[in-house]
Design a protein around this ligand. Sequence first.
Ligand SMILES: Nc1ncnc2c1ncn2[C@@H]1O[C@H](COP(=O)(O)OP(=O)(O)OP(=O)(O)O)[C@@H](O)[C@H]1O
Length: 607
Amino acid sequence: MNPVSGHGEGEALSCNLFFDRVGEVSATLNSDGFSWKLPESNNELVKLSSKFQKEITFPEIYAAELMNWGLIHNSMLPSAGGFLLGSNSEMFRFVVHWYKKSKTKPSLWVQMAYTFGHKDLGTCETWVNRIHCYLNSDIQRPKGLLVFVHPTSGKRNGCRTWESVASIFGRARVRTRLIVTQRAGHAFDVMKSISDRELISYDGVVAVGGDGFFNEILNGLLSSRHKAPYPPSPAEVLHSLDNGSNRCPVKREFFINGHTGDYAYVSEDHTPDHALLHHNEDSDPLLHSSDAIRPNSVDFDRDNMFSFPNPWFRFGIIPSGSTDAIVISTTGTRDPITSALQIVLGKRKCLDIAQVVRWKASASSKEEPSVHYAASFAGYGFYGDVVKESEKCRWMGPARYDYAGTKVFMKNRSYQAEVAFLDVQESRVFPGPNCIQDSGEGINLSKNPKLICQVNCPICIDARPPPQVPSIHSSFKLSSHHGENSRWLRSKGRFISVGAAIISCRNERAPDGVVVDAHLADGFLHLILIKDCPRPLYLWHLIHLARKGADPLDFDFVEHHKTTAFTFISSGEESVWNLDGELFQAHQLSAQVFRGLISLFASGPDV
Ligand SMILES: Nc1ncnc2c1ncn2[C@@H]1O[C@H](COP(=O)(O)OP(=O)(O)OP(=O)(O)O)[C@@H](O)[C@H]1O
């Protein structure tokens, strides 16, 4: 066997290794990845080896492991001879762990492992160390994660789901601190009270559970770390509309997550003055993913608060819930292995987040603003009632949604309410550097009305978070679409539902999503107003929602508005919303979207 060559750092490594089930191969490791070839041509062996991938690039490799002395199997070829091992043989071994996309469903990632052997332990160690060296140099890959497991989410298998993927994190040498929640609100409390110093020791937080559980973690983290002015209240918007203005209400105080702030005012075009005073984010060069450098905890002090948007901290979800719409919309599949692989490989995708301010919980309660965040969907009427009904029968597991949906549908309810929303220009042009449809001038959404969000989406690629600056003021970045051309419009009447999709919300009951062309980071809320209509028509809409390729929004009684902010007032005494699948009591609320406010460990849907 050839001695190993290329001991110097950065030099390619090459030597003969025994490849389990193939035989002796000539292997090379360089900065691109790992490759091997057969040292001699043998037709049968060439045919056999074609079943094995001959090159694995570093972006596909997630771990390398040294194994004990043990068996390396001979070629599966009965007639193989010559340079092959005469029989199965024992030697030192190492495994290269990588992933491959499924042939039938590209969004599904499959774990792969190739085992190699050599009689010399030092040779195996050199290969493993060199692979680690390359993997460690990729700063996008997480080193430490805080993991929350919801033991009873979905089919009550949160712990089993974690056990099925924990080895991926172990192999990839990602340090994890595991917290199995004891009650609802546990993860929220931990995230809200965690110190900046501890938070900075992690590259992200992972939720093993469903959409509601992710929402809890998101809210825990953002509640004290996202500093932004509230959107105008419904009363303010309606008051200015009644007075003949459809511009944003002028000069009002900010509320900073429950505290009244007196340091800035919203001007006519809804641009916060401090954003202009402190720094012009739009003129800053965009932060590229490789620029995201973990702050040094030694330099970390009170002035450098952990806030959002944040250039390196990411959220991960390992699906174990009943709906898992966020995972399906961000990875294209509902598979714990795929999600775990995307996390350890350090994938990054920006995600819009809606800030929902509840002004009044019920008609009789006094005005007391409280802030909540949603990553996928906020819905009232039918959507709120379904989640309320389904909460009563959690014991049913995921089937509760079908039961609750049918029950609420049979009740045939509609709800009197008033909605106002910012009407933004539909013909907005997105810059699209990597887009096939891009003619060099960008992508005009009015010409591509159904551009579906996917991996390397030209619309979302522009939504990278701005660099973090040590000022709570400049961390504010309202979706850039509140502009001179936006005006408030109102809609009053009886609605079957009012819904705002932040992302497509694909799930098993709505395979194309609630809004097929909603993007992960387009900076829009997709407001869906469903006016009261005959029940059979509404049923027809629901059937379209459940069918792939059908358009559930193509009905006269369905209005779809791409907006950046809306307000809502219910005329009833009680009013129930559904925020990311969780029950939320709100009689008056306003919502606004923050483009790409957080980043996920996800690569986008491969559709
Ligand atoms: N240990 C726990 N016991 C009971 N409830 C919990 C616990 N941990 C978290 N929760 C709460 O359970 C709620 C639902 O969790 P989750 O979203 O994981 O499940 P799901 O509702 O089945 O899935 P989906 O949201 O995808 O439909 C969350 O709001 C969360 O606050």
